[in-house]
Design a protein around this ligand. Structure first.
Ligand code: MN
Length: 236
């Protein structure tokens, strides 16, 4: 039995090669006794579980086939798909996790995060994050019709792209003190996150911080078997 972790696939209708890579990954890597943790930004955007199209239905079908065959799949929100809800997870027989989520594998304490909450130097982003994670904001957004939601999502993305252009690279990475605090407060053996698109295994005072990469020309995943954790990069 293995446990897999992935994040930042940014699946989108306009990039069918990513969807195909994910379907291959499910088929070839994930066995019926395995577990898969998807740590956010699985979708490039998510405007509500009631939004359906061919692209979304294909992914749902593949996820459902996998979970029906016995594999367990868990979802965590990212900063792009934070509106994935209970309906989507029920439809694909998956479980929605809080961010952060703690688990134990082979007696190791592991914390899973999307990673955006660690980027505390980016004050504008953290302000935006608390706005869109607010229940009232989300309820109001989801009460709009689909075409209006698409417009809002588009303009939010454009604003964020513009803002990120003018930001220092370091601001958009994790804050080191926040990382050390998180590791210490939770007495962690391993911290796993994505979001920054800077895949690497950092040594944080003896504790590995494993950062997943985004999918593009390559796919990235962490595989854990018999208490060993490995960050893997493969060509798509
Ligand atoms: Mn992200």
């Amino acid at each position: 039995m293995s446990v897999f972790f992935i994040s930042d696939l940014h699946l989108q209708e306009s990039r069918p090669e990513l969807t195909e890579a994910f379907m291959n990954f499910l088929e070839k890597k994930i066995n019926s006794e395995d577990e898969l943790y998807i740590l956010g930004d699985f979708f490039e955007q998510w405007i509500g579980d009631d939004h359906e199209n061919q692209f979304i239905n294909l992914i749902k079908k593949n996820l459902r086939e996998k979970t029906t065959s016995g594999s367990k799949i868990y979802f965590m929100h990212g900063n792009r798909d934070f509106l994935i809800g209970k309906k989507f997870c029920n439809d694909v027989h998956s479980i929605l996790l809080d961010d952060p989520h703690e688990l134990e594998i082979s007696k190791k304490r592991i914390l899973l995060m999307h990673g955006d909450s660690l980027c505390t130097d980016d004050k504008d982003y953290q302000e935006f994050r608390s706005l869109v994670r607010d229940k009232n904001w989300q309820e109001e957004f989801l009460s709009k019709d689909l075409s209006e939601r698409k417009e809002v999502a588009k303009s939010l993305r454009e604003v964020s792209k513009l803002e990120n252009k003018s930001k220092d690279e370091a601001i958009m990475d994790v804050n080191n003190l926040e990382v050390l605090k998180t590791i210490e407060e939770n007495s962690l053996d391993i911290l796993i996150h994505g979001h920054t698109h800077r895949p690497f295994v950092h040594d944080e005072n003896g504790v590995p911080r494993m950062v997943l990469g985004d999918w593009g020309s390559h796919l990235w995943y962490i595989k854990s078997t018999d208490g060993e954790f490995e960050l893997v990069k493969e060509r798509i």
